[in-house]
Design a protein around this ligand. Structure first.
Ligand SMILES: *Cc1c(COP(=O)(O)O)cnc(C)c1O
Length: 413
């Protein structure tokens, strides 16, 4: 069956919950053992003291280790990417940082695309170096050869342990070729050490980009965005093979950054409408992008749905790696920050807020908001200038979204 058909039922047994059709919120810290022997057996499995007997499953112990809302949620998120397993977290940042802390060691090199999410950028540049972990950045549009050249020149190729990328890049929608990333990883892998590929899939996943199919080891989410989709929860998720997620969950147990039962329950509810929300948002975004493209006060629109065969490699990559142009778009107004601010201050339906992927449309100003921390010269180079506005398109009627944008553009004097 397709994942959308299973989001209402997969992994949940009503007979274990008084016949309730919906999974209750297991708002409990600990679970009662039927006997001391059972408690002993659960701990033997939790600590890996022995292999499970045939058909034996680990029982519920304590909500930092396991909880039904989280286990059911993890099973359902994994379905979208046909993955072995998933681990959910109390934030996207904790999902990202737990993966880096578990799989990087002092002396290692981490290769990352740039820009990445501000929190991720800070962690890589200001926290990991304290533990002797080096980083090397590349920009979208750099070719395979240029990136290989950078690694060779750094003299740290033999220490490359992980590649971490965000594609499409926020907020310009520039693309990174995941097959190339895997190739680079394979080039520097040895028999003892596989160079791991981690993809922050928040922008396009899990519907429209499947990093695991391109050889990624991790597909990581800020579940605050599309997975949650209602701007009412902060959460994160890591999706991958059973073995790799097991290591992530083990560190999560000791960091204690798992999602709580209430967060888990909210996400279970959100997943039931994930596909229809995302599809409607993308349909709306396409209409908005086409409308903006022809507006006299708009200089340029950055949206994957506007790529044409004439765009060559970028268009080919879009067709190969994505099944939709998504619901995130940016555009440059004619003018600069003043004009962009006039537009943002005049919106009535669309809210002026950061974050993305929610049912309501949001607008923000990357240069002074989400990307304020990026070095100004680097920001300019990436095309994130004062005239750029980013939109996350919601599920409202597209005519109302467009009318709101139209009246706000008209106020630019
Ligand atoms: C929001 C976001 C994050 C951080 O997630 P939180 O849930 O806010 O911790 C990471 N990566 C991307 C691409 C994001 O948009």
């Amino acid at each position: 069956m397709h994942p959308e058909s299973l989001m209402m039922s997969y992994g949940y047994k009503p007979e274990l919950s008084e016949g309730a059709i919906k999974c209750p919120i297991f708002q409990t810290s600990t679970f009662v053992f039927k006997s001391a022997e059972e408690g002993k057996a659960f701990f033997e499995l939790a600590y890996g003291l022995r292999a499970p007997h045939e058909k034996e499953e680990m029982g519920l112990i304590y909500s930092r280790i396991n909880n039904p809302d989280l286990e059911i949620l993890e099973g359902r998120i994994a379905l979208w990417e046909k993955a072995g397993d998933c681990a959910v977290f109390e934030s996207g940042m904790s999902a990202i940082t737990t993966v880096m802390l578990e799989f990087l060691q002092p002396g290692d090199l981490l290769l990352t695309s740039s820009p990445v999410y501000g929190g991720t950028d800070h962690f890589i540049k200001h926290f990991l170096p304290k533990f002797g972990i080096n980083f090397l950045e590349f920009k979208p549009h750099e070719t395979y050869d240029q990136i290989m050249d950078r690694i060779e020149k750094s003299g740290m190729g033999d220490r490359l342990a992980m590649i971490f990328v965000e594609t499409p890049a926020n907020p310009t929608n520039a693309l990174i070729d995941l097959a190339d990333m895997r190739k680079i990883g394979d080039h520097f892998s040895t028999e003892e050490k596989r160079v791991l590929l981690a993809v922050d899939n928040t922008y396009m996943g899990p519907l429209w980009q499947k990093p695991l199919d391109w050889g990624a080891d991790f597909s990581i989410y800020s579940a605050t965005k599309y997975l949650g989709g209602h701007s009412d929860v902060i959460a994160g998720a890591v999706v991958g093979s059973t073995e790799i997620v097991k290591r992530v969950k083990t560190l999560r147990t000791f960091l204690g950054n798992m999602a709580g039962p209430w967060t888990g329950w909210l996400l279970l509810r959100s997943l039931e409408t994930l596909k229809i929300r995302m599809e409607e948002q993308a349909r709306n975004a396409q209409k908005v992008a086409h409308w903006l493209e022809n507006h006299p006060k708009v200089e340029k629109v950055f949206y994957l749905g506007l790529l044409k065969p004439e765009d060559g490699e970028e268009y080919e990559l879009f067709k190969r790696q994505y099944t939709s142009p998504g619901a995130m778009l940016s555009f440059d107004v004619k003018g600069g920050e003043t004009e962009a601010f006039q537009f943002l201050n005049s919106l009535k339906l669309i809210h002026l807020a950061v974050s993305l992927g929610s049912t309501e449309s949001l607008a923000q100003h990357p240069a002074t908001m989400t990307h304020a921390g990026v070095d100004p010269a680097h920001r300019e180079e990436l095309g994130i200038t004062g005239k750029m506005v980013r939109l996350s398109i919601g599920v409202e009627n597209h005519e109302d979204i467009i009318r709101d944008i139209e009246q706000a553009l008209e106020t630019i004097g």
